[in-house]
Unconditional design. Structure first.
Lengths: 117, 482
């Protein structure tokens, strides 16, 4: 990649180290009640791999490289889009009782997508 | 000039994406701000993906003749993968969330592994460091892909039983060592060593084959209740693989996003392992439940069944009830019926709380999501440490499809395989009801002392069917009074 900022190994290690610390601290503050959306949300975040997949596919010059690059973009795009969709859906479900004062027995009317499997 | 501009734009978009990801994850520290957080992160993703089309201005000379085909392939892959996963993600049942997370882990790992494969087959890597990092990231990505596929099959019920055989650890170690050795061969060939028996491309296939085989073998023996740890580990693996491939492509956004996810996965893995009082190595490398089979006769007495409606009426006239949900609630899709029942209790001025064990269900936080889906406000939901002292002053504890997480043997019985695991003190409530499918033992095969204790009654049946009976019983009371 003709990137302006060619990284040496040490700069990369600094980035890794700081990102790991930041991640550990930020994630450590997420309450246990949100651990499932946190996990699907971090699924979504690693969906950024699709950008790497696109780079690889654009630079592919043989059929094999094109096939694998296509596979990478396909998986990465699915990872990002699916991770976003489920996380967004889950987070929208978390409500306090204050949000709906004294109507605890009324929201049975909500539509639920309960699929029997 | 134009090329320089495109590179600046890509850099700026990626920087922006990395910032928005971190900010979005930060917003997840409260359920109130979290919905905004994921939307913010989504904007970052769209920006990064859109900007990556600017890479087209700087493609390798060798790839230039194929550029139109490659664009077509990229757009097709984005549409099929993105739109397909979007619709599945919008529709999938909340009870299937652990499977979905396993799939997304596998997809991310597979994508990272594929990037490594393209770099290796195309001979794009420069220098030993880049090659080693490519191989490492590729190996982790491939393990995550195949391991997550097995985890998915287990969670979805395609694979019913953990597969264990003699000498398993030896076979697993061989597969891992083989992939390391083949990585060595690929490295040697890049350094100009000849006479390696097979063409380098063949070695690359063997390398990915060994790594994927190891992922499969490593996941096969792991049992259902250990799934929270396994999912967390693959989450960390995928993050790590993405981060490493980010270094190979010299893309800091991938490095940062991957590493943050890696750290998150590791943290969750540690939390899950702690909640089971086991080390991570213990979960991965020992066959849980096969350790102690000697002590089934230690508990005297018998399980006392009771009727669903009797239990329901007792709860209706109690002043406080704590509900302990477990995997059985998810398996029976009973969360809506549960909240319907709880609303009847609340209407009768009973104080109701939910107590969640960190490893209840098949992934971290699964119970919280199911309750939220049913409409339970999150201020009624309490985690282990916040509620454990309340059981002693509570009239009724209702355990639904949970077993090991309420087994008092973990507190007292040193010979029990789960000794030392933090549990919910449901047994300390004045009366305990346990809704359970049948008399059989739970997953771990451990006898639960709680079921035999004098203050405990069993309500046998599918959680959904039992809760429907309970709802009818309490409604019947109301009708009789009116």
């Amino acid at each position: 990649m003709n990137f302006d900022i060619a990284m040496t190994g040490f700069v990369a290690l600094y980035i890794f180290m700081l990102a790991a610390f930041a991640g550990w601290v930020i994630i450590g503050n997420v309450p246990a009640i949100l651990h499932t959306p946190l996990m699907s949300g971090s699924n979504f975040v690693h969906g950024i791999v699709v950008v790497g997949g696109l780079f690889a596919l654009f630079n592919a010059s043989t059929v094999l490289e094109q096939a694998i690059g296509f596979f990478a973009v396909l998986l990465g795009a699915g990872n990002a889009a699916g991770g976003y969709a489920v996380t967004d859906r889950m987070l929208a479900m978390f409500k306090t009782s204050d949000a709906k004062p004294k109507t605890a027995h009324h929201h049975g009317a909500r539509v639920h997508h309960l699929k029997k499997s | 000039m134009f090329i320089l501009g495109s590179q600046l734009l890509i850099g700026a978009a990626d920087l922006c994406a990395a910032f928005l990801f971190m900010f979005g994850l930060k917003q997840m520290s409260s359920p109130a701000t979290a919905p905004k957080g994921i939307k913010v992160a989504g904007v970052g993703m769209v920006a990064a993906v859109a900007a990556s089309f600017l890479y087209l201005f700087t493609v390798d000379a060798a790839a230039r003749p194929h550029i139109l085909v490659n664009i077509g392939l990229a757009v097709t892959a984005l549409l099929i993968g993105g739109v397909g996963a979007w619709f599945v993600g919008r529709k999938v049942a909340m009870t299937a969330m652990p499977q979905m997370v396993a799939i997304y882990n596998g997809m991310g790992g597979g994508a990272a592994g594929s990037i490594a494969a393209v770099e290796l087959f195309g001979g794009h890597t420069q220098g030993v460091t880049q090659l080693v990092v490519t191989l490492l990231g590729g190996c982790i990505g491939a393990v995550s892909l195949s391991g997550s596929a097995i985890a998915w099959a287990k969670l979805d019920g395609v694979l019913k039983k953990p597969l264990r055989f003699k000498g398993q650890q030896f076979v697993n170690a061989t597969a891992l060592l083989a992939s390391v050795a083949v990585a060595g061969v690929i490295l040697a060939s890049a350094l100009g060593v000849t006479g390696l028996l097979l063409p380098t491309a063949t070695w690359i296939w063997i390398f990915f084959g060994c790594a994927m085989l190891f992922g499969i073998l490593m996941t096969l023996p792991i049992g259902g209740a250990d799934m929270p740890v396994v999912i967390s580990i693959y989450n960390a693996f995928t993050g790590l693989a993405v981060g490493l491939e980010g270094f190979v492509l010299q893309n800091p956004a991938l490095m940062i996003a991957g590493m943050v996810v890696g750290a998150a996965g590791l943290l969750l893995t540690v939390i899950m392992a702690k909640a089971m009082n086991r080390s991570i190595a213990n979960v991965l490398f020992t066959n849980f439940g096969t350790v102690t089979k000697a002590k089934p006769g230690a508990i005297k007495g018998s399980e006392r069944p009771t009727d669903a409606s009797d239990a329901a009426i007792k709860m209706r006239y109690a002043s406080s009830v704590i509900i302990v949900p477990g995997y059985g609630l998810a398996a029976a899709h009973a969360q809506q019926k549960l909240y319907e029942f709880v609303k009847l209790l609340l209407a009768a001025k009973v104080s109701v709380k939910f107590a969640i064990h960190p490893v209840a269900g098949r992934m971290p936080g699964q119970m919280d999501v199911l309750l939220a889906e049913a409409g339970v406000p999150y201020d009624m939901i309490f985690q282990l440490d916040d509620i454990n002292d309340d059981f002693a002053t509570t009239d009724v504890a209702l355990v639904i499809g949970a077993n090991d997480v309420v087994n008092p043997a973990a507190r007292a019985d040193k010979s029990s395989p789960i000794f030392g695991m933090p549990i919910l003190n449901a047994d300390k409530a004045k009366q305990v009801y346990v809704i359970k499918r049948g008399q059989g033992k739970g997953y771990s095969g451990i006898v639960n002392a709680l079921f035999y204790s004098p203050n405990c009654n069993m309500v046998y049946g599918d959680a959904q069917a039992v809760l429907i009976k309970m709802i009818e019983a309490v409604r019947g009371l109301g009708a009789a009074a009116a």
